[in-house]
Design a protein around this ligand. Structure first.
Ligand code: ADP
Length: 472
């Protein structure tokens, strides 16, 4: 059953129940808590006394006394006065024998209370006749002996009952109609939320259905939560997809990068084994290539190992005071040797004064080698390699520069992400891990890495380290 139908049923049922409950409880509580005479009982009582007097064969003072005293004994709170047609008391159970004027009698005949909240005695005048003579019976009762709260009405026709029932139903219905309106508004909001949740598909390319609900109540908050959750799910799914495609690319690059040198190495090793070479020089050349390929594979495996170790335990660094100037001079000397005799400009700028730094020297060396290797691998067309060390009060900077093809602006933001490579299709050029490792090493030393690249003009990577590195 729909929520709306349930609400309607609830409305009708509760309106009917509340009317029944109201009727029964008000009568029951009225009976229990509201003791005394009801106004509608008094007229029949007075009439029955008048009737019993009129039925007597003869009306004299004794008959009157006897009848009225008996009635008074049955109803001690009620005073009874028998009057003649001029308002003169004939017998009074209270013994006061008052006299009433014609005006008094006319007012009493009307039998109307003067006000609704009245503390006056209730008096009812009932006409009587005996032997052609007119009389009146005055029945008087103190307000304290009456029921303290009384509401009554007379219904003579069915149509007049309707005049009461319709306003009653209306008055009972108003709270329910308001409740129905309130619930239908809530119901509409829940339905919107439900529909949006049903439409929320993490994979779809369609934009996320954003709900607008400015109210601050729980449903409004739920809608806000839904909006942020929908965006988060989409973003996370996109991230997972990106990660998945990076993982696939990494696997295919890795298998290619290991297989290609392996094929060459197998070929050359077989050639050496069978003695299929011309002279010692060719033998040396082949052995050199095998060695180069081995180093390359070793480096790839090292990088993979670093990354998986880092994922498992985080980067572990061991800080010790080291001479950074000396480390840079040593590495620079090795790289200069690689280009010995080639038309290649190599700039090393290290201050005369040695710079000491608390650092993990092997990690720092790894970072510098990664930057230098990249500068050679990707920037050798510029025929320039620069390494510079500078220091000021707060920080120490190591800058590696080349003048090669550089990094196009659209790739610069992601260049330090793991597995990110500018030329994704090209294999045999690394796995996109080197710069991510450099960044991790710089950050482990509470430093940072920056990159500035103007393709074919200058590409510079700068590792910025604070002077004081605290062991963490
Ligand atoms: P890889 O192992 O693939 O070299 P890196 O993280 O070291 O991974 O580098 C990521 C990408 O950044 C490289 O694929 C390359 O396209 C680009 N890159 C890095 N250094 C340079 C540079 N000096 N000049 C041009 N491109 C570079």
């Amino acid at each position: 059953m729909k929520l709306r139908t349930k609400l309607w049923l609830l409305l009708v049922l509760s309106a009917a129940m509340s009317m029944v409950v109201f009727g029964f409880t008000s009568v029951w509580i009225g009976k229990a808590a509201n003791k005394g005479y009801a106004l509608f009982q008094l007229n029949p009582l007075a009439q029955s006394i008048v009737d019993s007097i009129q039925e007597q064969p003869k009306l004299d003072i004794d008959v009157l006394k006897q009848t009225l005293d008996r009635a008074h004994a049955d109803h001690p709170a009620i005073r009874l006065v028998w009057l003649d047609d001029k308002g003169q008391s004939i017998y009074d159970t209270a013994g006061l024998n008052p006299t009433f004027t014609f005006h008094d009698l006319a007012m009493l005949m009307q039998n109307m209370p003067k006000s609704y909240l009245s503390g006056e005695d209730i008096r009812i005048l009932t006409p009587a006749a005996k032997d052609g003579q007119s009389y009146f019976l005055l029945l008087s009762i103190p307000a304290s002996a009456m029921k303290q709260g009384e509401m009554y009405f007379f219904v003579r026709k069915l149509s007049s009952l309707l005049t009461l029932v319709v306003p009653l139903i209306l008055s009972f219905s108003i709270p329910f109609l308001l409740a129905l309106w309130f619930f239908s508004v809530i119901n509409r909001r829940i339905r919107k939320l439900n529909k949006a949740l049903n439409q929320l598909s993490i994979q779809s390319d369609s934009p996320v259905v954003e709900l607008k609900d400015s109210s601050k109540d729980e449903l409004g908050q739920l809608t806000q939560h839904y909006n942020s959750m929908a965006h988060r799910i989409r973003a996370q799914f996109a991230e997972i997809q990106q990660f998945e495609s990076k993982r696939k690319l990494l696997l295919s690059n890795l298998s290619h990068d290991l297989r290609t040198p392996l094929t060459t190495m197998l070929g050359y090793a077989e050639m050496i084994r069978t003695g299929n070479y011309q002279d010692q020089q060719e033998l040396q050349a082949r052995a050199k290539i095998i060695l180069q390929r081995c180093r390359y594979m070793d480096k790839l495996l090292d990088q993979m190992l670093d990354i998986s170790r880092q994922d498992a335990d985080g980067m572990a660094i061991h800080l010790e005071n080291h001479n950074l100037s000396e480390l840079i001079r040593k590495i620079a000397a090795e790289y200069i040797m690689i280009f010995d005799g080639e038309p290649f400009q190599f700039d090393v700028e290290v201050p005369d004064e040695d710079i000491y730094l608390s650092m993990d020297a092997p990690l720092m060396e790894r970072a510098l080698r990664n930057l230098l290797d990249n500068a050679i691998r990707y920037g050798k067309d510029g025929r320039y390699l620069g390494i510079q060390l500078t220091a000021d009060e707060q920080s120490v900077n190591v800058i590696v520069k080349d003048k090669g093809k550089g990094i196009p602006p659209e790739h610069q933001a992601q260049i330090f992400e793991r597995f990110y490579r500018v030329d994704r299709g090209r294999k045999g050029e690394g796995l996109g891990i080197g710069l991510a490792i450099v960044k991790d090493i710089a950050e482990a030393h509470q430093g940072s890495i920056e990159m500035n690249s103007t393709p074919n003009v200058e590409t510079a990577f700068r590792i910025k380290l604070p002077h004081l590195i605290r062991a963490s």
